[in-house]
Design a protein around this ligand. Structure first.
Ligand code: SAH
Length: 397
């Protein structure tokens, strides 16, 4: 294994289990590691600290192990089993009314660069690093051992995320498929509600598992309310709102494919079509054109407006404009559930953008709750960068 030697005093973050080594911390690379190779990381005094995937870029090593040897044959199975145990302890795996969850959340599960979402037997793997991309077949084998016959397929959805240089075409596809499994989509259960997931054609791995608990909250507050679900994707919040007793739900997304799925999900859960309306439209235009007070619960869950620090300022302005429109339109005594999934927009910055939005409307607004990502999207305490989903539940008078 090639070796990365750190500059003096640059071992501290690793001693605290932070899972990245930045290129600026490196004094010397011994050998000629290729991108994705395993390298050991040693302090300037020669102490072996950790071992991880090497990559050219500002994050030079993503740590896989502080104490174990990742070259051992059962490494992946042990790591996936740990991740599974956590989901089991949280009541997610082996639950009667939820059969989809995130099995691996990158750094949160000690596996930087790897996402695995589990949809009732279909594991969708997304590599965000060269090392994880190269390890995908070994990971698929470990998934087969972990789940046994329950595993129907392992699908690799890394073409949009694996950081290979331009020119190299990556193609998504199955790493494993049980002989009797031919479906390209299937319905999963989340808190007893059914959702169609299409891992090949859908966004991300097919479904936004990170909103499970926030959807539940929406369901609890929907009785007798006219609900607007902005940026609805396949209608997660809409189904919970209908199940929670909403009088009517309007769902809006700019993707026609997503809207077709919303209609199918409404039917799949047995709600009458007249209780729900789908709009393929721009969410900001839609809410601006809505009559004042038409909705008494509005959900605002846009895609990440800032994908990197450079986009932060514009993103905060966009959050402010969008939230001002929603807060202005909601009926007196109404709720607004508002979210940001931009990792670079932290809780405080987001709250400030929503504060400015509220001030702009001149309405009285209270924060009833602060919302987060759920337990299967866990955050390594030494890697706060893993916290990305934040939201506020507002009460508007
Ligand atoms: N709330 C969803 C996830 C939202 S993801 C859920 O619970 O599953 C963000 C969604 O915003 C995507 O479906 C994307 O198609 C949609 N989107 C992006 N820009 C948009 C715009 N300007 N207007 C409406 N929808 C948009």
């Amino acid at each position: 294994m090639d070796k990365v030697i750190l500059r003096p005093h640059r071992e501290e973050s690793l001693l605290r289990y932070h899972p990245w080594v930045f290129s600026g911390a490196i004094a010397q690379v011994v050998g000629h590691p290729a991108e994705g190779d395993l390298v050991s990381v040693v302090s300037s005094e020669g102490q072996l600290l950790a071992c991880g995937h090497y990559q050219i870029g500002s994050i030079a090593v993503r740590i896989l192990s502080f104490d174990e040897d990742p070259t051992q044959a059962d490494f992946w199975l042990r790591m996936l089993s740990r991740a599974y145990q956590l989901r089991l302890s949280c009541g997610l795996a082996a639950s009667a009314d939820t059969n989809c969850y995130r099995l691996v959340h990158g750094e949160g599960d000690g596996l930087p660069g790897l996402i695995i979402d589990y949809y009732d037997g279909v594991a969708v793997l997304q590599a965000h690093s060269v090392g994880m991309f190269r390890a995908k077949n070994a990971i698929a084998d470990a998934l087969r051992e972990l789940y046994g016959d329950a595993l129907k397929a392992v699908y690799d959805k890394s073409s949009g995320t694996a950081p290979f240089k331009a020119g190299l075409e990556l193609v998504d596809g199955y790493l494993y498929k049980r002989a009797d499994f031919t479906a390209e989509e299937q319905s999963v259960l989340e808190n007893g509600h059914r959702f169609l997931v299409n891992w090949g054609e859908g966004q991300k791995t097919g479904f936004f598992l990170d909103q499970r608990e926030n959807r539940f909250r929406v369901g609890q507050l929907s009785r007798g309310r006219n609900v607007l679900n902005l940026f609805c994707y396949t209608g997660g919040f809409s189904i919970y709102a209908l199940a929670g007793g909403a009088t009517h739900v309007d769902s809006v997304d700019s993707s026609q494919r997503a809207m077709d799925m919303v209609d199918r999900n409404v039917a799949l859960n047995g709600f009458p079509a007249e209780q729900h309306t789908s709009y393929c439209a721009d969410a900001i235009d839609f809410v601006k054109q809505a009559p004042d007070g038409a909705y008494d619960l509005i959900i605002v869950d846009p895609p990440a407006f800032a994908k990197h620090r450079g986009a932060l300022k514009n993103a905060l302005r966009a959050y402010q404009r969008l939230n001002a429109a929603a807060i202005a339109k909601v009926a007196p005594g109404g709720f607004v559930f508002t979210f940001s999934c931009s990792q670079v927009v932290d809780k405080e910055a987001f709250a400030l953008a929503v504060f400015s939005a509220a001030a702009q409307t001149g309405r009285s607004v209270r924060i009833l709750d602060r919302l987060n990502q759920p337990a299967d999207h866990s955050v390594n305490i030494f890697h706060p960068e893993g916290e990305y989903l934040k939201g506020l539940l507002l009460y508007v008078e």
